[in-house]
Design a protein around this ligand. Structure first.
Ligand code: PLP
Length: 441
């Protein structure tokens, strides 16, 4: 059975973000078939602690009957109806209202998509539209951070600041600029890099600055506390819109409903996906401020030629509403904060007893452990030592799934378990990480 599946996988399934040659050579390493809470089981019967919530998205954990029921009820009632033009339906209306009630003050109007990449592509087009209808078409440039990840559609690939993602098919669009991130730099340096890019581009040509509140796929890079307040002020000085990509950080991941709330900053636009449905249905969106919405209402004449068939899918909306209800009833945002603190403390102890552990950082349940050759000088391992790969494999053997990041000669183990994790499970995770790193050091 398993060999058969592996053969079929090789022959017919092109995996996303993966090495096609490795797949052909080695076959799929693990084929999952079942999930329960924070755990996943593969077809050999082995259970794993899903310590990155699959793709940072299964916030309420696996196997929730309530979501299956919400989806089934909505599918039976009305599987689909368009939201184009003057059509609408109750699940999407209720979800838009619910999200508006959760987002920071002033962010009140939602455009729905099927995921994060579509959300960021939509945000690029919406902010350019915002300027265009005010006769400011020259404001088209999008600035974002190096090591930022915003997706793989045309515009979101261009917003992404990890060059590996541009290589596959060349740059998709023009007028995208990447500036230094706050990682391994001071706020002054990071802000100076943005200011310089704005000045060199011509401030009147910049539409928006995009950033994840915490850079996830780039290696869980947490900004200094003064970074986002200063970004907000700089954007205001130049009249540039600030777009917060909350695709990972949204819906409780960082111990707040949205990541940017950790720094009391209100963006003009937010994009979201992943945790809004905990991965039970592909859904995402863009939330815009009242100011932007008012400009749209006043000046966006005729049809807005932007919309996906599944913008506001009724089943997706019903699943999202139930997911958010479960998060609220189970106080999962608070749990994320509390369990994140416990995880951080536990992993700091791991750092004390293992030589190759460098920085350990968490905000809520979004965190990372860096592996370095010398923690005091922060000297990194040579990439050909493949330390991250070995650590991820050692974790895998112990039944813990984490995500490794090695861009720019870093060795980072990303950790982001489902928000339902409890104390015992946190301790189990800490132990797994300790044992795996002990094996590779
Ligand atoms: N933005 C961020 C911050 C992400 O982490 C991701 C995916 O990991 C995306 C956007 C793209 O989302 P999707 O894969 O749903 O298109």
């Amino acid at each position: 059975m398993s060999n058969n599946l592996i053969e079929m996988d090789k022959r017919h399934f092109i995996h996303p973000t993966s090495s096609i040659q490795q797949q052909q050579k080695n076959g799929a390493k693990v084929i999952m078939e079942e999930g329960d809470g924070i755990y996943l089981k593969d077809i050999t019967g082995k259970w794993y602690l899903d310590a990155v919530s699959s793709l940072w998205n299964v916030n309420i954990g696996h196997g929730r009957e309530e979501l299956a029921k919400a989806a089934a009820e909505q599918m039976k009632k009305m599987a689909f109806s368009s939201a184009f033009s003057t059509f609408s339906h109750e699940p999407a209306i209720r979800l838009a209202e619910k999200i508006a009630s959760l987002t920071p003050e002033g962010l009140n109007a939602v455009f729905f998509t099927s995921g994060g990449s579509e959300s960021n592509d939509s945000a690029v087009k919406l902010v350019r539209h915002y300027w265009k209808i005010q006769n400011r078409s020259e404001r088209r440039k999008i600035i974002s951070l190096k090591r930022g990840y915003h997706g793989v559609a045309a515009a979101s690939t261009s917003v992404t600041g990890i060059p590996e993602f541009w290589g596959m098919a060349g740059h998709m669009m023009t007028d995208f600029i990447h500036v230094d991130t706050h990682y391994n730099s001071t706020t002054d340096q990071a802000i100076a890099s943005l200011r310089q890019a704005i000045e060199e581009s011509g401030p009147e040509t910049v539409a928006a600055f995009f950033a994840e509140p915490i850079q996830g796929a780039g290696g869980v890079l947490i900004p200094p506390d003064d970074y986002f307040p200063r970004i907000r002020a700089l954007c205001d000085d130049y009249g540039i819109l600030f777009v917060a990509d909350e695709v990972i950080t949204g819906f409780g991941r960082t111990g707040k409903m949205f990541g940017i709330e950790n720094w009391d900053v209100i963006p003009d636009v937010m994009t979201f996906a992943k945790g809004v449905t905990s991965g039970y249905f592909p859904l995402g969106g863009v939330v815009v401020s009242e100011t932007i919405h008012n400009v749209f209402k006043e000046k966006s004449l005729g049809t807005l030629f932007h919309g996906f068939t599944y913008s506001g899918h009724p089943t997706g909306a019903a699943v999202a509403l139930k997911n958010i209800e479960i998060m609220e009833q189970g106080q999962l945002v608070e749990n994320s904060r509390l369990m994140g603190n416990r995880l951080l403390l536990g992993l700091k102890k791991v750092k004390e007893s293992l030589e190759i552990v460098g920085d350990v950082r968490f905000v809520g349940l979004l965190g990372a452990v860096e592996l370095v050759e010398e923690p005091v000088s922060n000297k990194r391992f040579a990439q050909d030592q493949h330390v991250t790969l070995k650590a991820i494999e050692a974790l895998h053997e112990r039944g813990v799934i984490c995500r490794g990041v090695t861009y720019d000669n870093t060795d980072i183990i990303c950790i982001a378990p489902p928000l339902i994790i409890n104390q015992e499970q946190v301790d189990q995770l800490v132990e797994g990480v300790y044992e795996a790193i002990l094996k590779v050091q």
